[in-house]
Design a protein around this ligand. Structure first.
Ligand code: FMN
Length: 177
């Protein structure tokens, strides 16, 4: 029997936000659109998510720390990256080129590697008012990052629109899927 063609691979980068426990919604939606998914969590995000449930859903280990030299690569290279939810902290460090978590290391290299990347910020009105945040979003847009997300006041009323990350990456529903 011929080998099945490899599905495209999406990294979902999860930050330490109150909405992070809902990331399964994004994983399921991406898999329904015939993408394979691996989760990269910031170290603090590990405290917000059910790692065992996510690993069962994706079939891949969650990555949060760098592997040791000589260890095999736990995930294939990404065809696209969705950063959802993205915190104030990670957004500002990413735009500044800081790489002190594996998630940030992957995001900082994604630009040079030309990997399509979308970000759904999730932060408070007070955080969004900080001038560094506006500058960071400008920088990310200049880098070609596709920026989505809602106004902070809409987050509490309408919930987090996870699937917007897939739409920004042109990961479309599959006919009959
Ligand atoms: C319950 C809880 C919810 C949080 N939600 C958010 C959030 O939605 N957005 C945000 O920017 N920070 C939020 N924070 C603060 C971040 O967890 C904190 O800034 C952390 O340093 C972010 O780390 P990371 O960017 O490496 O994931 C929250 C903290 C707690 C304790």
């Amino acid at each position: 029997m011929p080998d099945q063609p490899r599905k495209p691979f999406l990294y979902v980068v999860v930050c330490a936000s109150g909405v992070a426990p809902g990331v399964g919604t994004l994983i399921t939606a991406a898999r329904e659109r015939q993408w394979d998914v691996g989760v990269v969590a910031t170290p603090l995000a590990l405290g917000f998510i059910d790692a065992a449930a996510i690993e069962a859903r994706t079939g891949h280990p969650i990555r949060s720390a760098w592997r040791r030299p000589g260890d095999p690569r736990p995930l294939p290279d990404p065809d696209a990256i969705a950063v959802a939810p993205a915190t104030f902290n990670t957004i500002n460090k990413w735009a500044a080129g800081i790489s002190d978590t594996l998630a940030l290391g992957i995001l900082c290299e994604a630009y040079g590697a030309g990997v399509p990347t979308a970000v759904l910020p999730c932060l408070s009105t007070a955080q969004a008012a900080h001038p560094a945040y506006r500058r960071s979003l400008d920088t990310l847009r200049e880098m070609g990052v596709r920026v989505g997300g809602q106004d902070p006041d809409q987050l509490t009323s309408g919930g987090f629109r996870w699937e917007e990350a897939l739409d920004l990456l042109d990961i479309r529903p599959v006919a009959g899927g």
